[in-house]
Design a protein around this ligand. Structure first.
Ligand code: SF4
Ligand code: SF4
Length: 430
């Protein structure tokens, strides 16, 4: 398997200035929220409430109950109305728990706050699981799995790189929650028994790096590390290599590394200090087709339509609405999908037609692929439905970073072809 054989050093225009210094807008839920009954593609979710039940902000309403345990919590107070099937940000119809919002936001902290200094590692891992902490950088992976029974870890990497264009949610959240960031990072370091932790941020964040250094100055073993402003520096493999100069096969733990996102550390600390799980999210709403680009703080389960309305609405008739950033996010044709505990951005772009020309065979897509793939050959194999060729081309290693489309001078959506090939391979496996 080829990893990081491409140059993986492409500066892409960040457009971060649209939101990085704008005020955070607090968005309330409307008359109803929809809590998605899904985690990381798994819909093996047990619902713990029934129609007519009263719930509060923080009431445990469901739990993913297969090989992973991930509780889901209500983000409003009100009345359970039942299950609705709605398009999810992952582009598939998924059951959602509908809760009528009474607008009072009465809270019940479902967890007893825990002192990270006196608690044992096992208690902290259990707490992390009960709090339903998942990767907040868009992945949604249950975080406790990275720490449960983990041994031989030397390095904890906190990913605050946020390399996707337009997205500034982590940056804003760190600004607003420095104490939580400090508590979250130091506790995660304790949990994985790492000798050293690095908080990694782009070197271009010159205004914020001194604040971060000041935040962690009491720790000899937590270092703020400035990393190059290239894409996809926030991809786990790229970042691990940048920090350790080591490569791994499947998981960073193979080389003694654990990686977590900065906003995940903040969410974990918030739960430890207040007993409240992730019931609201910081989400970047940006792009050239939304009236007021900004970061919003919004309850989980609020629709993209409501969030965009709170940002002044669309500025064009024909837009591309992307759940996530423009490189790795998914374009969705309806804005009815809702904010999840791991949403980090809504990107709204004018749908400007691009004139595609036939492949020039320039090889740029292969040269720049950070996973060392040959995207154009994958596209051709997918068109020919040549499963053997797709296997040889290692299509499933694609991380859908979007760089092959970005780089293509012929304006071919190469990434979409690779995604189709991955779907085709998955279907063939089934
Ligand atoms: S999206 Fe394209 S460039 Fe990115 S990993 Fe996949 S094939 Fe490579
Ligand atoms: S970058 Fe575009 S034009 Fe160049 S080889 Fe790849 S698909 Fe063809």
């Amino acid at each position: 398997m080829a990893f990081i054989t491409g140059p993986m050093r492409k500066h892409v225009n960040g457009h971060k200035e649209l939101t990085s210094h704008a005020e955070v807008v607090k968005v309330d839920a409307g008359s109803k929220v929809l809590i998605p009954l899904i985690n990381m593609g798994s819909t093996t979710v047990e619902v713990l409430v029934k129609e007519g039940d009263r719930v509060k902000v923080g009431t445990k309403v469901a739990v993913r109950n297969d090989h992973f345990k991930v509780p889901l919590y209500s983000s409003v107070s009100g009345t359970v109305k039942g299950i609705e099937k709605v398009m999810h940000a992952s582009l598939r119809p998924v059951d959602h728990l509908a809760i009528e919002n009474d607008g009072k936001y009465e809270e019940e902290a479902p967890l007893k706050p825990i002192d990270p200094n006196s608690a044992s590692v096992e208690e902290l891992v259990d707490f992390m699981m009960e709090a339903g902490i998942v990767g907040c950088g868009g992945a949604g992976f249950p975080t406790y799995i990275k720490y449960k029974g983990i041994k031989g870890i030397e390095t904890l990497i906190i990913n605050a790189v946020e390399c996707e264009p337009y997205i500034t949610a982590d940056y804003k959240q760190m600004h607003e929650s420095l104490n939580e960031l400090k508590v979250g990072v130091s506790t995660m370091k304790k949990m994985c028994k790492a000798a050293k932790a690095y908080v990694c941020i782009k070197e271009t964040k010159k205004d914020f790096i001194p604040t971060l250094i000041e935040t962690f100055k009491e720790f000899n073993d937590i270092e703020v590390k400035a990393v190059p402003d290239v894409y996809p520096m926030g991809w786990e493999r790229t970042l691990v290599y940048e920090v350790t100069k080591k490569r791994y096969d499947k998981l960073p733990s193979e080389i003694g590394v654990v990686v977590n996102n900065a906003s995940t550390a903040i969410a974990f600390a918030h739960a430890m200090l207040c007993g409240m799980p992730i019931v609201k999210k910081m989400v970047t709403v940006s792009g050239d087709a939304v009236n007021t680009p900004c970061n919003v703080e919004v309850p989980v389960g609020v629709s993209a339509a409501e969030v965009i309305k709170a940002c002044g609405g669309y500025t064009a008739e024909d837009v591309l609405l992307i759940a996530g950033g423009p490189m790795m996010g998914k374009t969705i044709t309806s804005d009815a999908f809702v904010i999840t505990p791991y949403s980090n951005a809504l990107t709204v772009l004018k749908n400007t037609p691009v004139e595609q020309v036939p492949c020039l065979r320039c090889g740029k897509c292969s040269d720049h692929c950070p996973a060392g793939l040959q995207p154009v050959r994958i596209n051709n194999a997918e068109k020919a439905k040549n499963i053997d060729a797709l296997k040889k081309l290692d299509v499933m290693s694609c991380i859908e970073c979007g760089l092959c489309t970005y780089i293509c001078p012929s304006k071919i959506d190469v990434t979409e072809g690779v995604r189709r090939a991955k779907r085709y391979m998955s279907l063939q496996k089934k």
